[in-house]
Design a protein around this ligand. Sequence first.
Ligand code: ASP
Length: 331
Amino acid sequence: MKNKVAVIFTGGTISMKIDPRINAAIPALSSEEIMAMVTNIEKFTDVEIYSYGKLPGPHMTPDRMMELSKIVKETIAREDITGVVVTHGTDTLEETAYLLDLTIKSEKPVVVVGAMRNGSELGYDGPSNLSAAISTAISEQAKNKGVLVVMNNEVNAASEVTKTNTLSLDTFKSMYFGPLGIVDNDEVIFYRDITTHHHILTESLESKVALIKCGAGMGSDLINFCIESDYKGIVIEAFGRGNVPPEMVDGIKKAISKQIPVVLVSRCPMGRVLDTYGYPGAGKTLRDSGVIFGSDLPGQKARIKLMLILGKTSDMNEIRGTFEKGIYKKK
Ligand code: ASP
């Protein structure tokens, strides 16, 4: 049977052109127009187009991500479908890819792709990225790898990848160990695998989760605002190994006393948070107060994870268990 890949177009720069009236890029290309530029793909696979939207990355929402997850799940379950590709704005691509990774359990490849240059620019990378993504979606080797992100001929795991550069074509990086593989001459070659696949199988999510980044001397006012505004969870991007300004501790304790989970990650691009330090505001005191440690996730991914967990449970121990399982000593 011939391969068939479903390509779900959601928008992003890959669907944009410069509007001469405002001299800025806006969504303009239809799914069919983009697909027509991926020449010769019919040699490898049939393609089914699904036009979900023309959303710039910043217009994507967690609720829309959940809707997409449902569509991908239904599509990938079809017998005639070999794999699914999702086109996406690069600004929030890693969040959608991570949400899909956590919510979809399938051996078939699901690949998320975008472009850094729009259709009016020299070197528009949309068609070549899409071609590489489709090559990945039909690759036997890409099975059981979780959701993958393919850009600039590199294959990364959704759980590891992050956007690192506002401009360059190789902006998507897996900071620790590099990409899982490459796409070379329409062929996918993997060099390594990831050892753990996490899933949070839920139909709903809690979107009222805040993300607060620490800066020197910050206090509890933003946390207090979240408590007053009925936020259901808070992710804090702490300093270094997982420490916050001492003036933030009161707010954190107050949130926890109101059963609002507080998840701590680091504002450093790499490395776990750990309860190494014991001074006021440091990791040890925070963990003893009930703060949940979010390992090496960047804030935006920890937020997606907390939203999904809160879609299933509000039990603090269960939330802690999902974040810290196998990573930290039991509390
Ligand atoms: N701002 C754009 C977006 O996320 C960037 C991109 O797609 O590369 O829609």
